[in-house]
Design a protein around this ligand. Sequence first.
Ligand code: PEP
Ligand code: MN
Length: 337
Amino acid sequence: MIIVMKPGAAASSIEAVIRHIKNAGLQAHLSAGEEVTIIGVVGNKARLAHDNLAIFKDVDKIVPVSESYKLANKKFHPEPTIISAGTATIGPDNLTVIAGPCAVESEEQLLAIARAVKASGATILRGGAYKPRTSPYSFQGLEEEGLRFMQAASAQTGLAAICEVVSLEAISAAVKYVDMIQIGARNMQNFYLLKEAGKSGLPVLLKRGLSATIEEWLNAAEYIVAEGNPNVILCERGIRTFETATRNTLDISAVAVLKQKTHLPVIVDPSHSTGSYRYVPAMAKAAVACGADGLMIEVHNDPANALSDGPQSLTFEKFDLLCKELRPFCSVTGRSF
Ligand code: PEP
Ligand code: MN
């Protein structure tokens, strides 16, 4: 449940409510907005059942929160969350473009891509060092060496860096080299990994599972935030449907739904959701038009020879053109780019 305080509630009244919640063995989460302060209660609220918090001074109303995710819930935190990762910011005022290769292949390849995507307007460099591939015989990633190349490319360009993690060892390595970690679609419900990501101290980009509902996805985000890490970005990357014309089906409506349900930033990955470079520009524009806070796009110097996901990767020229075409979409949605 949440306790909504009256506009201009005294600090002593807010403290009294928090003390009461804590004395019942529950957690109190404060969200101080411009107008009103909201106090979210996490824990077994039956412990508060016999107390009438409504009679506390400056309490306006008590609202039950029926959803199982609380800290990720917009009711707990009505203002949109703004996340900083290295030199980049993700939130409602700008469009954050994350771009780079599916997999880090070599230091030279990564640096060339980093320079190109930065020149076009990206602020975060992506690159997989640990690749969760469908086949065990496909390229699995350069692991810690790939992370070192990410750090070097980030240092030389000023871009923030993000890398997917697939294990506790990968998290321990990633915190030494990159600004942000990614939990991929296949690990969205790896609850142990989610908790460890929550403890990492780095912002976490959480991709939607291949057949996860939005509610399951928000509960996965809750696992991370419940570890004391409020910096979670949700990434819609397409879901499994009966359709085979695209690699997955981009659930663009998820952006609109999430904007109602959570304060966490929402981004869209038009590369994995479509599987073809041909559809990436249209889906990227649709994402911005419907309110996404950012995009994650695969870009490669030589898609025909990429070690993974070449068919969906944009060349430097196509990525540059897309960034130019996105600018008017940012203007009409009130975002800077
Ligand atoms: C990726 O971003 O490299 C990736 C593997 O994506 P997903 O988890 O969405 O398949
Ligand atoms: Mn990929």
